[in-house]
Design a protein around this ligand. Structure first.
Ligand code: CMP
Length: 145
């Protein structure tokens, strides 16, 4: 089933974006939107609001607002699970043991500096894509009505 998902490249690997793109090119997914941006602490906290009660929340938000990220919309069959499979297990050390070809095994450092984020449900994908690529109906230069 054709899906869209958010692929978020985290600050630890934005300078290696080409390696991440090569992984995407090796799959059946295409990049349909892309944007480099730097999140404020509060934007990162909003993005990860579902984790606000977790012990790692502050670390996560601090890291995600520490440098630029690249947000991409990926499209293709099973885009959501495909991108998460390309990333591998959340913790890079686990990824090295269980999925040595994965992005987190190859480029990640630990459970926080772990290369990327992928939406984990279609509802999350819709919300997270809207976060980085807000729909502009009724706004902007092409919608002056
Ligand atoms: P991500 O896909 O961005 O979504 C939530 C993030 O929380 C996850 O990737 C990890 O980077 C981070 N995370 C999850 N579990 C832990 C943990 N036990 N310790 C630190 N960070 C974590």
């Amino acid at each position: 089933k054709k899906e869209r998902t958010l692929a978020l490249v985290k600050p630890d690997v934005v300078t290696k974006i080409g390696d991440v793109l090569e992984l995407i090119y090796s799959s059946n997914l295409i990049v349909t939107k892309a944007k480099m941006t730097k999140l404020t602490w509060s934007q990162a906290a909003d993005f990860y609001a579902e984790h606000q009660s977790k012990p790692f929340f502050n670390n996560l938000v601090q890291f995600m607002s520490s440098g630029p990220v690249v947000a991409m919309e990926l499209m293709g069959d099973e885009a959501m699970s495909t991108w998460r499979r390309l990333l591998g297990p959340t913790d890079s050390a686990v990824a090295q043991r269980e999925a040595p070809q994965s992005a987190r095994a190859r480029f990640g450092t630990d459970g926080v500096k772990n290369v990327g984020h992928g939406s984990d449900s279609l509802a999350a994908a819709a919300r997270e894509l809207e976060f980085f690529f807000p729909s502009t109906i009724g706004h902007g230069p092409l919608n002056t009505a």
